[in-house]
Design a protein around this ligand. Structure first.
Ligand SMILES: O=C(O)CCC(=O)C1=CC=C[C@@H](O)[C@@H]1C(=O)O
Ligand SMILES: [Mg+2]
Length: 324
């Protein structure tokens, strides 16, 4: 049998993350550990309730009611209302049964995308990230007035080096008219051949407006990526059934069962871009493993973030179990 244990954690963003959903300053999550004989497997439960996953409290309640001895049957029967728990436990099961210990640094041959701060701060941040080797950047829009953000955007496209890819993430915060204006502006920028590539606009409209986003994706050359609309496996399958064949932003840590996600992506050969939920090295490792397997178009993975105070994540992970 396999022993189960878990530790909640809290990590502070540095600086706080600004999106259309609001300001996010701490990441709460749970690290789970499975031990069988001398083998240890780790998994991470990193919910984002405003994306439709369970809350951290609901995940903690689920962990607390589990027996200390856990079986494969328990893990693979975690309900779909707990997608972050499905991911965390199944990752730990894979870790203990397939690939032994969590590697120190998540590795993938895929390029990484770096997140730029919202607003004009992006204009003074991209340079150091470009020096670090990033050539794909994601910038949050729908945070400030559209006129302000369009002015910053024009400045960004003039200063960013050639061949850089820029992603715009609205977190569903634009009106239909604003989404039209952004897509029209991106098409115009691309037509002038400035050198920077607007890779896509992520979730321009709210998840209820799939039909409008499908219309917009036919009308403009600039691609649209769904994110909040496809946050878990049920939503992913629904949007696919309703005809979405654009880009799917996959956040494995809140999508649900990794084995079911793997099956869906391999069966439907979707154009997926893999994205972080600002999890720790534990969840990141498991998510990047899926990204490496399932990124058909080799799009940059949205895991290039340096938002933590802790320097050494391996030490942090070990101390978690010494704490109590
Ligand atoms: O995808 C990336 O490039 C980084 C992760 C990221 O942007 C997000 C992670 C979690 C919630 C959101 O704030 C945001 C997103 O909407 O994609
Ligand atoms: Mg997004």
């Amino acid at each position: 049998m396999t022993q189960f244990d878990f530790r909640p954690y809290r990590r502070r963003f540095k600086p706080p993350l600004q999106t259309n959903h609001g300001v996010w300053d701490v990441r709460d999550g749970i690290i789970i550990r499975l031990t069988s004989n001398s083998n240890v497997g780790y998994g991470e439960i990193a919910p984002i309730s405003w994306f439709g996953s369970e809350t951290v409290e609901q995940a903690l309640d689920f962990c607390r009611q589990l027996p200390k001895e856990i079986s494969e049957e328990i893990i693979f029967s975690i309900p779909d209302r707990l997608p972050a728990c499905q991911f965390g436990f199944e990752s730990a099961w894979e870790d203990i049964n397939c690939c032994k210990n969590v590697q120190i640094a998540p590795t993938t041959s895929l390029p990484y995308s770096a997140l730029l701060p919202a607003g004009k701060a992006a204009l003074s941040t991209w340079q150091s990230l470009a020096k670090d080797g990033y050539s794909t950047f994601k910038w949050k829009i729908g945070v400030y007035l559209i006129a302000e953000e369009l002015a910053i955007f024009h400045h960004l496209t003039e200063v960013l080096p050639e061949r850089v890819k820029l992603r715009l993430d609205a977190n569903g915060g634009l009106s239909y008219d604003e989404a039209n204006l952004w897509l029209y502006t991106c098409d115009r920028v691309m037509a002038t051949g400035v050198g920077v590539e607007i890779e896509y606009i992520e979730q321009p409209l709210a998840r209820e407006n799939l039909t409008e986003m499908q219309e917009l994706s036919c009308y403009y050359a600039t691609a649209i990526a769904l994110d909040e609309s496809v946050a878990n496996l049920t939503q992913l399958e629904t949007c696919y059934q309703q005809g979405w064949r654009g880009i799917f932003t996959i956040k494995p840590s809140i999508a649900g069962s990794p084995s079911r996600l793997r099956k869906f992506c391999q069966e439907h050969k979707i154009d997926a871009v893999f994205s972080s939920v600002f999890e720790t090295i534990v969840g990141k490792q498991a998510a990047l493993k899926l990204a490496a397997e399932l990124s058909l178009n080799r799009r940059a993975v949205g895991f290039g973030v340096h938002h933590w105070l802790e320097e050494n994540e391996q030490t942090w992970l070990e101390q978690l179990w010494q704490a109590c």
